[in-house]
Ligand binder design. Sequence first.
Ligand SMILES: Cc1cc2nc3c(=O)[nH]c(=O)nc-3n(C[C@H](O)[C@H](O)[C@H](O)COP(=O)(O)OP(=O)(O)OC[C@H]3O[C@@H](n4cnc5c(N)ncnc54)[C@H](O)[C@@H]3O)c2cc1C
Length: 452
Amino acid sequence: MFPTRRSYNTNPNFSENFRGEIVEPGTTRYEELRLLFNGQIDAKPSLILLCRGVSDVCEALDYVRTNDLEFVIRGGGHSVAGRSTIEGGVVVDLREMRSVRVNPAKSQVSCEPGATIGDLDRECSLFSLATTGGIISCTGVAGLVLGGGLGWLMGRYGLACDNLVSATVLLADGTIVEASESHNRDLLWALRGGGGGFGLVLEFTLQAYSLGKVYCGSTIFDFSDASRVMTAYAEFVETASDDLTLDCVLFTDADGSKRIAIDGCFSGENTSSDQTIDRITNLPGSISNDWNWQDYWKFQRSNDDDLREGRRSYWKSAYVRHFNRDFVDRVIAAFESVPSVHTIFTFDHLHGKVMEFDASTSSFGHRDCKNLFLINANWNSDLEDADNFRWVRNTYTDLGFHDTDSSYINYLGSDESGRDGVAFDPGVRKRLSEVQRKYDKKFLFSRPISND
Ligand SMILES: Cc1cc2nc3c(=O)[nH]c(=O)nc-3n(C[C@H](O)[C@H](O)[C@H](O)COP(=O)(O)OP(=O)(O)OC[C@H]3O[C@@H](n4cnc5c(N)ncnc54)[C@H](O)[C@@H]3O)c2cc1C
């Protein structure tokens, strides 16, 4: 059984050794720090320990362990499901530990656990390097890598987790170990997309690649063309080269009109090596075609305004195994009734190098399906909560998905903590449970992973 921990109890010795900030309820600072990216998550922790260095993190872990307190770790704070906060427990907040170090000789980049992918992209760009990450720059590297990490370079280089070369990890017993190909290889494997919960990662080292500009952009169509565009998109994801990663987004424009877009990022040398971009831009009926060569790190910031911090969010996702006419029709009908102009439907394009890695190298779940569908619902007011939650759940069912369908752990919603199993095959789940029992015997960092 999962041990029940006591509620907050001040340790008088604690603050002496702690260089960071101890943030208690009842202060403006607390109100500011307790919030996550998803404004709908409203948990009130008993204490927030804002760490400034490794010794602070060790102090914090020692404190929660000694006092038998429930706690969570916070990296970038982007977990839409709210996994980096806890009602009545302690938040070990790493958001001020953001330094990044590039090693050009090894083409590697190392960062502290509060770094964002924007931090990583910018530092790498100064050495004409890039590593594969997510598509919104304020997303934390920590949760992204520990859960998988889909991004624009994945066709060419794999997921962010596949590129985790090594990690420095604080274990439940207070020891600090390296997880790499030569040390604690099973732990490295689990950290590569297994969803976290094996220890607290103090440093991530990722493989980087020589990359300057990318050819990227978007072709937008009126919603009346959605059927044709989605059907074409389903074909493009099959034919695109590994250098070209696409996505398809259904959204509402600033003037209130519904639209559909095919976006993409080409990271090869010469666009003539892939006809897909021409085929996208030549699809009849486009409203706009905006593709050009851009610095990769700048392109990585271009979508930041679309998903704004503090909005209320609820996500539901699944891999699409039958991208057929019936599915397309249902998606279009569902989006017709979307209750919020901020809600989008997205299709992520898993392909190329993503499919070359496997369960022997990374614990990331499903690599057998190219299309991952996400209902990314966003709205502004708590008065709209009930309508939006209901609509997302009904839409998910109407589209033919079930809660048992496979999905991506980083895209699970706030009421889906019991659904982690759908992110992994049973064999991987069993191995993750073994690694957890080896490195976190008393389940300090997370609940026991069931292996059935
Ligand atoms: C706007 C937005 C855009 C996104 N875009 C993408 C995308 O392009 N591609 C993609 O794959 N995903 C994307 N995601 C999902 C994202 O990958 C996950 O939300 C991810 O968990 C965020 O990581 P974080 O560190 O910011 O989150 P946090 O909320 O801080 O943490 C997430 C989980 O990781 C654990 N954790 C954090 N730090 C550590 C640590 N140092 N050691 C151990 N455990 C730790 C936390 O306890 C929690 O369980 C996006 C999410 C948002 C909100």
